[in-house]
Design a binder for this molecule. Structure first.
Ligand SMILES: Cc1cc2nc3c(=O)[nH]c(=O)nc-3n(C[C@H](O)[C@H](O)[C@H](O)COP(=O)(O)O)c2cc1C
Length: 353
């Protein structure tokens, strides 16, 4: 599809935003959807890749054969490159075997890195390896491990988040510390203006979670998508209450009844919730109970009380007003960013090399 390349008024026909990342993956626009676990599946990843961006699937905690199935399902929907997102500490040798056999174009690690040997083996197999980081120290460690680009998660971002500052400050801080790697901006990017701002600041692609959650192809429950559209300024906060599956980690989420009840007392709230169930979810073909404070996100196959569910979104949910097809979103963001960016960034094959 070429929708992402349509030139807006004042932009030369055929103009494209080229960066080292678009060139590496043959993408026509430097937009990635974040690899949101359970939410970014083959349908969303393929839609983004088919629209000229780089789609990613969120595969954390998916068993190895499930990972293979997701990669193959995405391949069946798009001939274009896409990525796989994983939390390092949940990656077992069998996952690595699947990645080496299936060879997605890109693997992005978050929160914890795999051993350097895993990164080396993936790179040797032709798989590009990135790491998402939220601090300068994490960025330095990731560079030392040999990753090929850094996704920079600002503190405004949705999902697990321990960033030390907002994207606007993190980007220049990490650019100074690790200036040679391509940087990908994450946190609060929802439209052409926020995308252009990140690219002007030195990013070579944008990685958007909350904005893609509110698309038709995202595997989120309709009620979850609606809450993104309905939310306003200040409606998110960082909480450590979610996830008996993965306890005590900071997550940015909508401040629903669950988050409010646990403010300043996460341990006690978890204790009180013992044995409580908020609904059911189908995972791996099985309908399972969802415990109160589970980190399992509301997906299409969940029936649960959303006031007590984990509604991870970023601060930018306050400005998202539509649920739309991913391709339309990619096209609009690209067109609007092109109109704002200096012409030099349309044609340069590499901005920072
Ligand atoms: C619903 C949701 C789920 C997420 N799950 C993951 C995940 O599984 N792996 C990951 O690397 N990041 C995950 N994130 C964080 C994103 O990678 C990214 O940092 C964030 O979405 C960027 O900020 P934004 O939401 O303002 O676009 C998630 C974010 C959201 C909103």
């Amino acid at each position: 599809m070429q929708t992402a390349t349509t030139a807006p008024a004042g932009v030369a026909e055929g103009a494209r935003i080229r960066t080292r990342i678009t060139e590496r993956f043959g993408a026509s626009t430097p937009i990635l959807n974040a690899g949101m676990v359970l939410i970014a599946g083959p349908e969303l990843a393929a839609a983004v890749s088919n629209a000229g961006g780089i789609g990613t699937i969120g595969a954390t905690m998916v068993p190895p054969e499930g990972l293979r199935g997701m990669i193959r399902a995405t391949r069946a929907l798009t001939p274009r490159p896409f990525g796989v997102d994983l939390i390092g500490q949940f990656v077992e040798p069998a996952h690595v075997d699947v990645l080496l056999e299936e060879r997605p174009a890109l693997v992005i690690f978050f929160w914890s890195a795999p051993p350097a040997s895993t990164i080396e083996r993936l790179k040797a197999a032709g798989v590009c390896v990135w790491m998402q980081v939220g601090t300068v120290a994490e960025a330095r460690d990731a560079v030392a491990l040999g990753v090929e680009a850094l996704v920079l998660q600002g503190s405004e971002a949705g999902g697990h988040n321990r960033a030390e500052m907002t994207l606007a400050t993190l980007l220049p801080a990490i650019r100074q510390a690790c200036s040679t790697l391509p940087l990908v901006a994450a946190g609060g990017i929802v439209d052409g203006c926020t995308m252009a701002a990140a690219l002007v600041a030195g990013a070579e692609a944008v990685w958007c979670g909350t904005r893609f959650l509110a698309t038709h192809e995202a595997n989120a429950a309709e009620g979850f998508k609606s809450r993104v559209v309905e939310s306003g300024p200040g409606d998110t906060e960082i909480s450590t209450v979610f996830g008996p599956e993965w306890p005590g980690e900071p997550v940015r989420a909508l401040a629903n009844a669950a988050v409010r009840a646990a403010r300043g007392r996460a341990a006690e709230a978890l204790e009180e919730a013992q044995g409580e169930v908020i609904g059911t979810v189908v995972l791996g073909g099985e309908r399972l109970p969802v415990p109160r404070y589970s980190a399992i996100l509301p997906i299409r196959d969940m029936e649960a009380d959303l006031d007590w569910a984990c509604l991870t979104v970023g601060e930018a949910s306050a400005v998202i007003e539509t649920i739309e097809p991913a391709a339309a979103l990619v096209a609009r963001m690209t067109r609007d960013a092109l109109a704002l960016l200096p012409a030099s960034s349309h044609s340069a094959t590499s901005r920072a090399a």
